[in-house]
Design a protein around this ligand. Structure first.
Ligand code: AMP
Ligand code: GLY
Length: 447
């Protein structure tokens, strides 16, 4: 049984100081995996959360304060920095660290543009024949408005830049479309991120996440995963950062994973390399499996959250070896292993259920006392990753919208989900909300 405590001591040298940038469940999960490496000596999180504090040292520097992070890494002689959130990548943290001669894992600003500019990524997809929704790009409000008036509804309007996952509006009526355009382009609710918009055709089909490690030249696929982005059960209500994930997705065959690796990941990595803009890090395309085949909804230039919490439960290879292989451009030489169940080496499934604050993804209160985590973690195959938590005096309290990710593994997806939901019964904080149907649609699809 795995738990959330420090890994057992080994005789091997624990040499390295690692700095992990970010404060969410993804950062806790990567830190948890790093802590299992015999090479990791000290792990720092900037700024971290209540859970990362138990496996490392939280440093009070925000993920976007690049100069301060750089000085900290220099002063502490950090051996490897791992850049996880979208904002620092878009601000060029990797370029700045590399310029200063520091070792950092993640894509450069130019490569991360696949995520931080939808206008760039859509043009890139079109130019390289990558499968995606038909689209037009607009910088001018009146031209966009005139275009929308000629389109059939529904239509999808996207702010080109980063918008905390809120920059996509699916418009059912021309009125909704005009409102979305006005909010983005005139009222600038997403600031400069909405100055340019992508307007695209509405697609239908199940959505999945794929992830691949890349060293810029080659890539290694993760198993498929699926996030649940809406706050409400049966995919209703507002979009969130992600309310729960499963992996691998039971309805995605090995054959279709191979096709997506070939038609999406491989093509993207080689097209970027051809443009002298190598992508090193994790490439995470969000895909919709339409009747005409998989289409790319968006690129992310990083690990997903909460996909990562689920993936880390399945990853068998030392993650520091993978980070090294990405940086040193010898990923082709590394075999990345994902957990198999003993004795026959059958499939292992994992899931993560997010526990959120009342009111999330809109306004919510912080500072609620969380209880029951230790008891929940004593259950078989449960690991709890913290997101919005903070230790205040001796108490673990809520400090964000998404508070915890309860992860479980099992020989079947049903088993993993049942374990996670059972563990959740032990946990409570005022106003705690979570989706009770994570994985349900995926399981119905294979019936
Ligand atoms: P994105 O941030 O581009 O992944 O979009 C957020 C969510 O909006 C996706 O997870 C989809 O559910 C939805 N979405 C994005 N683009 C489209 C599209 N062209 N057709 C239908 N739904 C979409
Ligand atoms: N799983 C959603 C995201 O990381 O963007």
């Amino acid at each position: 049984m795995e738990n959330n405590k420090l890994p057992p001591k080994t005789d091997q040298p624990r040499a390295e100081k690692i700095l992990i940038i970010g404060s969410g469940g993804r950062e806790h999960a990567v830190g948890w995996k790093v802590a299992q490496s015999p090479r990791a000596r000290e792990i720092y999180f900037a700024p971290g959360n209540g859970g990362t504090q138990k496996i490392g040292i939280n440093v009070d520097i925000k993920a976007t304060e690049i100069e301060k992070l750089l000085s900290f890494a220099q002063k502490e002689k950090i051996d490897l920095t791992v850049a996880l959130p979208d904002d620092p990548l878009a601000l060029g943290i990797v370029d700045e660290f590399e310029k200063a001669g520091l070792r950092i894992w993640g894509p450069t600003k130019a490569a991360a543009k696949l995520e931080w500019s939808k206008a760039f990524s859509k043009d890139f997809m079109k130019h390289h024949g990558l499968p995606t929704a038909k689209f037009e790009i607009f910088n001018d409000y009146n031209t966009a408005k005139a275009y929308v008036s000629r389109q059939h509804m529904p239509i999808v309007i996207k702010a080109s830049g980063l918008a905390l996952g809120k920059g996509v509006v699916i418009c059912q009526t021309p009125r909704e479309a005009n409102e979305a355009l006005e909010n983005m382009m005139v009222k600038k609710v997403f600031g400069e991120s909405g100055g340019t918009v992508v307007i695209e055709e509405f697609l239908t089909g199940p959505e999945i996440s794929i992830h691949a490690f890349s060293d810029g030249k080659t890539y290694k696929m993760f198993p498929s995963s699926q996030d649940h982005k809406k706050i409400g059960e049966n995919d209703t209500g507002l979009n969130t950062g992600g309310m729960g994930t499963i992996a691998p997705v039971p309805f995605v065959s090995a054959e279709s994973m191979n096709e997506m690796a070939r038609d999406v990941v491989s093509k993207t990595i080689s097209a970027m390399a051809d443009m002298q803009n190598q992508f090193s890090g994790v490439l995470y395309p969000g895909l919709m499996l339409t009747e005409d085949g998989p289409k790319i909804l968006e690129y992310n230039a990083r690990f997903g959250d909460p996909e990562t919490q689920t993936y880390m439960r399945l990853l068998d290879t030392d993650i520091l070896d993978i980070f090294d292989a990405c940086i040193d451009k010898n990923l082709d030489k590394l075999e990345i292993k994902w957990k198999k169940s003993p004795p026959a080496g059958g499939q292992v499934f994992a899931c993560t259920i997010v526990l959120a604050s009342d009111g999330y993804p809109e306004n919510y209160e912080k500072g609620k006392i969380i209880s029951g985590i230790d008891e929940a973690e004593m259950q078989p195959d449960i690991v709890i990753f913290h997101a919005g938590t903070k230790i205040v005096r001796q108490d673990l309290t809520t400090n964000g919208g998404r508070v915890l990710g309860v992860s479980a593994t099992g020989k079947t997806l049903e088993e993993a989900l049942a374990k996670a939901y059972k563990a959740i019964e032990k946990i409570s904080f005022e106003g705690m909300q979570y989706r009770k149907d994570i994985g349900k649609k995926a399981l119905e699809m294979i019936k």
